[in-house]
Design a protein around this ligand. Structure first.
Ligand code: BEZ
Length: 262
Protein backbone atom coordinates (compact mmCIF):
# COMPACT_ATOMS: atom_id res chain seq x y z
CA UNK A 1 0.00 0.00 0.00
CA UNK A 2 1.22 3.43 -0.73
CA UNK A 3 0.14 7.00 -0.81
CA UNK A 4 1.01 10.39 -2.16
CA UNK A 5 1.67 9.05 -5.62
CA UNK A 6 -0.43 11.82 -7.02
CA UNK A 7 -2.53 14.54 -5.54
CA UNK A 8 -3.46 13.25 -2.11
CA UNK A 9 -3.26 15.11 1.17
CA UNK A 10 -3.18 11.81 2.94
CA UNK A 11 -0.57 11.46 5.66
CA UNK A 12 -0.09 8.04 7.19
CA UNK A 13 -0.20 7.14 10.83
CA UNK A 14 2.27 4.29 10.34
CA UNK A 15 1.90 2.99 13.91
CA UNK A 16 -1.91 2.77 13.57
CA UNK A 17 -1.45 1.11 10.19
CA UNK A 18 0.88 -1.51 11.66
CA UNK A 19 -1.36 -2.12 14.66
CA UNK A 20 -4.84 -2.21 13.13
CA UNK A 21 -4.64 -2.74 9.38
CA UNK A 22 -2.81 -6.06 9.11
CA UNK A 23 -5.85 -7.38 7.24
CA UNK A 24 -4.62 -5.58 4.13
CA UNK A 25 -1.69 -7.98 3.85
CA UNK A 26 -3.81 -10.93 5.02
CA UNK A 27 -6.22 -10.40 2.13
CA UNK A 28 -3.19 -10.16 -0.16
CA UNK A 29 -2.32 -13.82 0.45
CA UNK A 30 -4.64 -14.95 -2.37
CA UNK A 31 -2.96 -12.48 -4.66
CA UNK A 32 0.43 -14.03 -3.91
CA UNK A 33 -1.12 -17.33 -5.06
CA UNK A 34 -2.09 -15.69 -8.34
CA UNK A 35 1.46 -14.33 -8.64
CA UNK A 36 2.73 -17.91 -8.16
CA UNK A 37 6.33 -16.84 -7.57
CA UNK A 38 9.08 -19.32 -8.37
CA UNK A 39 12.36 -19.40 -6.46
CA UNK A 40 14.98 -17.20 -8.09
CA UNK A 41 12.49 -14.88 -9.78
CA UNK A 42 13.09 -11.15 -9.58
CA UNK A 43 9.95 -9.46 -8.32
CA UNK A 44 8.95 -5.87 -7.58
CA UNK A 45 6.35 -5.23 -4.87
CA UNK A 46 4.88 -1.88 -5.88
CA UNK A 47 3.25 0.02 -3.01
CA UNK A 48 4.75 -2.39 -0.49
CA UNK A 49 3.85 -0.36 2.62
CA UNK A 50 5.63 -1.86 5.61
CA UNK A 51 6.68 -4.89 3.59
CA UNK A 52 4.62 -7.83 4.94
CA UNK A 53 3.91 -9.32 1.52
CA UNK A 54 7.37 -8.37 0.25
CA UNK A 55 8.78 -10.53 3.03
CA UNK A 56 6.36 -13.36 2.24
CA UNK A 57 7.50 -13.37 -1.39
CA UNK A 58 11.15 -13.22 -0.34
CA UNK A 59 10.59 -16.26 1.88
CA UNK A 60 9.48 -18.14 -1.24
CA UNK A 61 13.02 -17.78 -2.56
CA UNK A 62 12.54 -14.73 -4.77
CA UNK A 63 14.75 -11.71 -5.18
CA UNK A 64 12.27 -8.98 -4.19
CA UNK A 65 12.45 -5.20 -4.20
CA UNK A 66 9.79 -3.31 -2.24
CA UNK A 67 8.83 0.12 -3.53
CA UNK A 68 6.66 2.69 -1.78
CA UNK A 69 6.19 6.44 -2.07
CA UNK A 70 6.00 6.99 1.67
CA UNK A 71 9.27 7.54 3.54
CA UNK A 72 7.88 6.42 6.89
CA UNK A 73 6.45 3.19 5.47
CA UNK A 74 9.80 2.44 3.84
CA UNK A 75 11.67 3.21 7.05
CA UNK A 76 9.50 0.75 9.00
CA UNK A 77 9.75 -1.86 6.22
CA UNK A 78 13.57 -1.64 6.36
CA UNK A 79 13.52 -1.92 10.13
CA UNK A 80 11.28 -5.00 10.06
CA UNK A 81 13.01 -6.69 7.10
CA UNK A 82 16.65 -5.60 7.03
CA UNK A 83 17.61 -8.24 4.45
CA UNK A 84 15.21 -6.95 1.80
CA UNK A 85 15.88 -4.02 -0.52
CA UNK A 86 13.32 -1.22 -0.24
CA UNK A 87 13.22 1.88 -2.42
CA UNK A 88 11.25 5.06 -1.82
CA UNK A 89 9.72 6.06 -5.17
CA UNK A 90 6.32 6.66 -6.70
CA UNK A 91 4.53 4.32 -9.09
CA UNK A 92 5.05 6.89 -11.81
CA UNK A 93 8.79 7.30 -11.50
CA UNK A 94 10.25 4.11 -10.05
CA UNK A 95 13.01 2.39 -11.97
CA UNK A 96 15.05 -0.74 -11.33
CA UNK A 97 18.45 -1.69 -12.69
CA UNK A 98 17.64 -5.20 -14.00
CA UNK A 99 14.28 -6.07 -15.62
CA UNK A 100 11.92 -8.01 -13.37
CA UNK A 101 10.02 -11.22 -14.01
CA UNK A 102 6.97 -9.80 -12.26
CA UNK A 103 5.55 -6.65 -10.73
CA UNK A 104 3.17 -7.32 -7.85
CA UNK A 105 0.89 -4.78 -6.20
CA UNK A 106 -1.66 -5.20 -3.43
CA UNK A 107 -4.11 -2.47 -2.39
CA UNK A 108 -1.87 0.30 -3.68
CA UNK A 109 -2.75 1.18 -7.27
CA UNK A 110 -5.90 3.02 -6.21
CA UNK A 111 -3.69 5.60 -4.48
CA UNK A 112 -1.96 6.34 -7.80
CA UNK A 113 -4.36 8.69 -9.47
CA UNK A 114 -2.67 8.81 -12.86
CA UNK A 115 -2.75 5.21 -14.11
CA UNK A 116 -1.09 5.70 -17.51
CA UNK A 117 2.37 6.68 -16.22
CA UNK A 118 2.15 3.97 -13.56
CA UNK A 119 1.38 1.29 -16.15
CA UNK A 120 4.22 2.68 -18.28
CA UNK A 121 6.66 2.37 -15.33
CA UNK A 122 5.51 -1.18 -14.69
CA UNK A 123 5.99 -2.10 -18.37
CA UNK A 124 9.49 -0.56 -18.32
CA UNK A 125 10.40 -2.52 -15.21
CA UNK A 126 9.40 -5.89 -16.70
CA UNK A 127 11.26 -8.13 -19.08
CA UNK A 128 9.28 -8.97 -22.24
CA UNK A 129 6.73 -11.62 -21.25
CA UNK A 130 6.95 -10.55 -17.61
CA UNK A 131 3.73 -10.38 -15.59
CA UNK A 132 1.89 -7.67 -13.70
CA UNK A 133 -0.24 -9.16 -10.93
CA UNK A 134 -2.27 -6.76 -8.84
CA UNK A 135 -5.36 -6.06 -6.80
CA UNK A 136 -6.84 -2.63 -6.25
CA UNK A 137 -10.00 -0.89 -5.16
CA UNK A 138 -12.42 -0.75 -8.07
CA UNK A 139 -15.53 1.08 -9.20
CA UNK A 140 -17.94 1.60 -6.25
CA UNK A 141 -15.21 0.89 -3.69
CA UNK A 142 -16.03 2.37 -0.25
CA UNK A 143 -18.96 4.23 -1.76
CA UNK A 144 -21.15 3.95 1.35
CA UNK A 145 -18.35 5.46 3.43
CA UNK A 146 -17.50 8.26 1.02
CA UNK A 147 -21.14 9.21 0.49
CA UNK A 148 -21.60 9.34 4.27
CA UNK A 149 -18.55 11.58 4.59
CA UNK A 150 -19.85 13.87 1.85
CA UNK A 151 -23.22 14.05 3.59
CA UNK A 152 -21.66 14.72 7.01
CA UNK A 153 -19.65 17.54 5.43
CA UNK A 154 -22.69 18.90 3.56
CA UNK A 155 -24.56 19.12 6.87
CA UNK A 156 -21.78 21.51 7.92
CA UNK A 157 -22.10 23.46 4.67
CA UNK A 158 -19.01 21.96 3.05
CA UNK A 159 -19.47 21.29 -0.67
CA UNK A 160 -18.30 18.05 -2.34
CA UNK A 161 -15.88 20.08 -4.43
CA UNK A 162 -13.99 21.06 -1.27
CA UNK A 163 -12.75 17.48 -0.98
CA UNK A 164 -9.90 16.36 -3.15
CA UNK A 165 -10.99 12.77 -3.85
CA UNK A 166 -7.89 10.77 -2.95
CA UNK A 167 -8.38 7.58 -4.95
CA UNK A 168 -8.69 6.09 -8.40
CA UNK A 169 -11.29 3.31 -8.52
CA UNK A 170 -11.60 2.29 -12.17
CA UNK A 171 -14.30 0.39 -13.98
CA UNK A 172 -13.10 -2.95 -15.29
CA UNK A 173 -13.32 -2.06 -18.98
CA UNK A 174 -11.49 1.23 -18.54
CA UNK A 175 -8.59 -0.40 -16.73
CA UNK A 176 -8.32 -3.26 -19.23
CA UNK A 177 -8.12 -0.67 -22.03
CA UNK A 178 -5.30 1.14 -20.22
CA UNK A 179 -3.37 -2.09 -19.69
CA UNK A 180 -3.78 -3.04 -23.34
CA UNK A 181 -2.73 0.40 -24.52
CA UNK A 182 0.27 0.14 -22.19
CA UNK A 183 1.59 -3.03 -23.79
CA UNK A 184 -0.12 -5.79 -21.80
CA UNK A 185 -2.37 -8.77 -22.55
CA UNK A 186 -4.86 -9.26 -19.72
CA UNK A 187 -4.92 -12.98 -18.96
CA UNK A 188 -6.92 -12.94 -15.72
CA UNK A 189 -9.42 -10.44 -14.39
CA UNK A 190 -11.87 -10.58 -11.50
CA UNK A 191 -14.12 -7.80 -10.22
CA UNK A 192 -15.72 -8.65 -6.90
CA UNK A 193 -17.15 -7.29 -3.66
CA UNK A 194 -15.16 -8.01 -0.53
CA UNK A 195 -16.82 -6.75 2.64
CA UNK A 196 -13.78 -6.23 4.84
CA UNK A 197 -13.94 -6.46 8.65
CA UNK A 198 -12.34 -3.84 10.88
CA UNK A 199 -11.90 -6.22 13.80
CA UNK A 200 -8.62 -4.70 14.99
CA UNK A 201 -9.89 -1.15 14.94
CA UNK A 202 -11.01 -0.34 18.50
CA UNK A 203 -12.79 2.79 17.29
CA UNK A 204 -14.47 1.07 14.35
CA UNK A 205 -15.06 3.06 11.23
CA UNK A 206 -13.58 6.18 12.82
CA UNK A 207 -10.17 4.46 12.83
CA UNK A 208 -10.56 3.68 9.14
CA UNK A 209 -11.51 7.30 8.38
CA UNK A 210 -8.63 8.64 10.48
CA UNK A 211 -6.24 6.29 8.70
CA UNK A 212 -7.40 6.71 5.12
CA UNK A 213 -9.84 9.59 4.91
CA UNK A 214 -7.60 12.54 5.69
CA UNK A 215 -8.67 14.40 2.56
CA UNK A 216 -12.27 14.40 3.82
CA UNK A 217 -11.26 15.53 7.31
CA UNK A 218 -9.07 18.25 5.82
CA UNK A 219 -12.20 19.76 4.27
CA UNK A 220 -14.07 19.85 7.62
CA UNK A 221 -14.44 23.15 9.45
CA UNK A 222 -11.46 23.32 11.83
CA UNK A 223 -12.16 21.47 15.07
CA UNK A 224 -15.12 19.55 13.64
CA UNK A 225 -13.23 16.47 12.44
CA UNK A 226 -14.45 14.21 15.26
CA UNK A 227 -18.02 15.29 14.64
CA UNK A 228 -17.69 14.48 10.93
CA UNK A 229 -16.36 11.02 11.74
CA UNK A 230 -19.11 10.36 14.28
CA UNK A 231 -21.83 11.47 11.84
CA UNK A 232 -20.35 9.38 9.01
CA UNK A 233 -20.33 6.36 11.34
CA UNK A 234 -23.94 7.00 12.25
CA UNK A 235 -24.92 7.20 8.58
CA UNK A 236 -23.06 3.99 7.71
CA UNK A 237 -24.02 1.92 10.73
CA UNK A 238 -27.21 0.26 9.43
CA UNK A 239 -25.52 -0.92 6.25
CA UNK A 240 -21.95 -1.62 7.36
CA UNK A 241 -22.35 -2.59 11.02
CA UNK A 242 -25.76 -4.23 11.29
CA UNK A 243 -24.65 -6.84 13.86
CA UNK A 244 -22.07 -4.84 15.79
CA UNK A 245 -19.17 -5.78 13.47
CA UNK A 246 -17.88 -3.19 11.02
CA UNK A 247 -17.55 -4.44 7.45
CA UNK A 248 -16.30 -1.90 4.93
CA UNK A 249 -17.81 -1.97 1.46
CA UNK A 250 -14.72 -2.86 -0.55
CA UNK A 251 -14.87 -3.84 -4.21
CA UNK A 252 -11.74 -5.21 -5.85
CA UNK A 253 -10.20 -5.53 -9.26
CA UNK A 254 -7.72 -8.39 -9.33
CA UNK A 255 -5.79 -9.11 -12.51
CA UNK A 256 -2.82 -10.64 -14.22
CA UNK A 257 -1.50 -8.91 -17.33
CA UNK A 258 1.47 -10.12 -19.37
CA UNK A 259 3.83 -7.72 -21.11
CA UNK A 260 3.82 -8.27 -24.86
CA UNK A 261 6.83 -10.27 -25.85
CA UNK A 262 8.55 -8.41 -28.68
C1 BEZ B 1 -8.88 -0.15 -0.34
O1 BEZ B 1 -8.02 -0.98 -0.02
O2 BEZ B 1 -9.76 -0.41 -1.14
C2 BEZ B 1 -8.86 1.19 0.23
C3 BEZ B 1 -8.09 1.44 1.33
C4 BEZ B 1 -8.06 2.70 1.83
C5 BEZ B 1 -8.79 3.69 1.26
C6 BEZ B 1 -9.56 3.45 0.18
C7 BEZ B 1 -9.59 2.19 -0.33
Amino acid sequence: MTKNDAASNQGWDVALYDQSFGFIAEFGAGLVELLAPSPGERIVDLGCGIGQLTAQIAEMGCDVIGIDADQEMIALARQKHPDIRFICATGEDFTIDTPADAVFSNAALHWMKRPEPVIASVARALRPGGRFVAEMGAHRNVMTITEALYQALAEQSVAREAVEFPWYFPRTGAYVSLLEAGGFDVTHLHYFARPTPLDNCPNGLSDWIRMFGQNFLAAAPPGNEAQIMARAEELCRARLCPDGRWLTDYTRLRFRADRFDG
